[in-house]
Design a protein around this ligand. Sequence first.
Ligand code: DX5
Ligand code: ZN
Length: 221
Amino acid sequence: MVREIRITPSILNADLTNVEYEIARIAAQSDLIHLDVMDNIFVPNFTFDFERASGIIKACPIAVDAHLMVADVDLIAPAYAEVGCSSVTIHAEACKEIASTLRAIRKAGARAGLGLKPATSIEEYADFIDEVDIFLIMTVEPGFGGQTFMHEMMGKVKRTRAIIGDRPIWLQVDGGVSLETIAEASEAGADVFVAGSAVFNAEDPAAMVDSLRNLASSVAQ
Ligand code: DX5
Ligand code: ZN
């Protein structure tokens, strides 16, 4: 079975003073919009508080994929599902009660994602597989857009693909995904691709989303 490829542009490096316009530029070509929520505690950067994020989520014309890079994520995560995100990803390193938080996200109607920083092993969290709809393998240290793709994460992506087996779980990569790196990640088994600077620094962001999808699809098995 050929995997379905999904592209989810991150608006982190778009013009955040004009979010609705930036989303409108790429919405028709994109599967989801990736919303990076950072609290300046779990990562050394701040993006949106819940109120601002809620406004963006409610106004977004396509599904929103929230990536919560916040400490003590257990309480706030279900609220992102309740406000309308189609998927909510928490970080294993930031969560106290992983299983119950993933269940609460699902109960509120969203896909539940478990994200892992580069140094965190997938094997340590494989037992949560029945509570998970998305595994997110970070291909940069979370915190900033525009960083270099960590090729050394491809072994972890392959091992995660093997753990997922036939389950309908998405395998997302985030960080440094571009025309130079997306085929390698797709070959390793990823099927959901976050791309921030590659899309929004492109002359034609919508065409870039199409190009990324075509490249990832061409090597997907
Ligand atoms: C990094 C964020 C990413 C980032 C991707 O912490 O989670 O989503 O915005 O940006 P690029 O594609 O520029 O690496
Ligand atoms: Zn992200």
